[in-house]
Design a binder for this molecule. Structure first.
Ligand code: SIN
Length: 319
């Protein structure tokens, strides 16, 4: 049975994402626009089983996008509008060459009546490359098209979400070839989920009231320390802090929340003894993405110093 409003339509127009080369190592001498859009999707684990079910495909054109013209734009806009108007369609994805993607994005922004997402995606490496970027870009574009409360025309490439107004190809070779000027990307696709750059905080009136009360009634501020995981780290500081009565520890972790094994062992002992442990990343961008089996909580994107404040207030509210 068709689930209303869940279908994603992928429209193919060509580009390097559909390109082929006789050598897997060659990223520049290839023929763009060779592989059909249905075949592109079939090569993406996570999408291949949806083709013909919740994902439909349609080949609107098959061109190197340097040769994009008004006729193709008209046909593309027609097909987009047709699918956007279908109640069963959640969003439209367009596979496109990188060279004029920004122009098509703006054209569609100008002509479509669109209360749903239209996501253009592409690749810098042909489908036959050793590590093609197209399949992940396609998966990310579908993820954005499936996201609730998203409308308008976007471009997705190299894990970044750009808007039609500012997106621009800024590099002729590297995989992250797109930028949005000073304002940067609108967001990032991480494990199938969008993290928006303008991270608007949810209203927290009730939480703030509880926090204000706990501050007023607190006899002392809970002791929360920040520790850094690094090469050659040890658990000595954790053991000392636990003996000293620490109530919480924020760890500035490596990468996606990983911790040196010696420090991690000491933190597990501390956690078992009742100390709250929270992981933030020591990287200056991004945030720790939680996964099943994590031993410690994460900071929900807060930096180590802000995670310390949040943990102090949590401990005050619920010691
Ligand atoms: C094209 O724009 O169709 C070819 C170049 C590319 O997709 O990177």
């Amino acid at each position: 049975m068709q689930v209303v409003g869940q279908t994603i339509v992928v429209l193919g127009t060509g580009g390097t994402i559909a390109g082929t080369s006789s050598s897997a190592a060659n990223h520049i001498a290839y023929q763009a626009a060779q592989v059909g859009v249905a075949d592109l999707l079939r090569s993406v684990p996570g999408l291949n089983e949806s083709v013909g079910k919740s994902v439909e495909t349609e080949q609107v054109a098959q061109v190197d996008s340097k040769d994009m013209d008004f006729e193709i734009w008209k046909r593309l806009a027609d097909r987009c509008q047709h699918h956007l108007d279908r109640p069963s369609v959640k969003g439209v994805v367009i596979t496109h060459g990188t060279d004029t993607l920004e122009e098509t994005a703006w054209f569609l922004h100008e002509v479509l009546s669109c209360s749903k997402p239209v996501v253009l995606t592409c690749a810098m490496r042909p489908a036959t490359a050793l590590t093609p970027d197209g399949p992940q870009n396609l998966l990310d574009a579908v993820s954005l098209a499936q996201t609730a409360d998203v409308r308008g025309v976007f471009a997705v490439a190299a894990g970044e979400v750009h808007g039609a107004r500012l997106v621009q190809k800024v590099h002729p070779y590297r995989v992250n070839a797109f930028a949005s000027g000073d304002s940067g990307p609108m967001g990032w696709i991480e494990e199938g989920t969008v993290r928006w750059a303008q991270n608007r905080l949810p209203a927290r009136d009730e939480k703030a009231r509880v926090a204000m009360n706990s501050i007023a009634n607190a006899a002392a501020v809970p002791r929360v320390e920040i520790l850094l995981s690094h090469a050659g780290a040890s658990g000595a500081l954790v053991d000392t802090l636990v003996r000293d009565g620490v109530q919480g520890v924020v760890v500035a972790c490596t990468g996606n929340g990983t911790i040196h094994h010696a420090l991690e062992a000491a933190l597990l002992r501390a956690q078992t003894a009742g100390v709250r442990v929270v992981r933030a990343t020591r990287c200056t961008g991004g945030q720790v993405l939680p996964k099943p089996g994590d031993l410690f909580a994460d900071s929900h994107g807060l930096s180590p110093v802000k995670a310390r404040i949040a943990l102090m207030l949590d401990l005050l509210a619920a010691p």
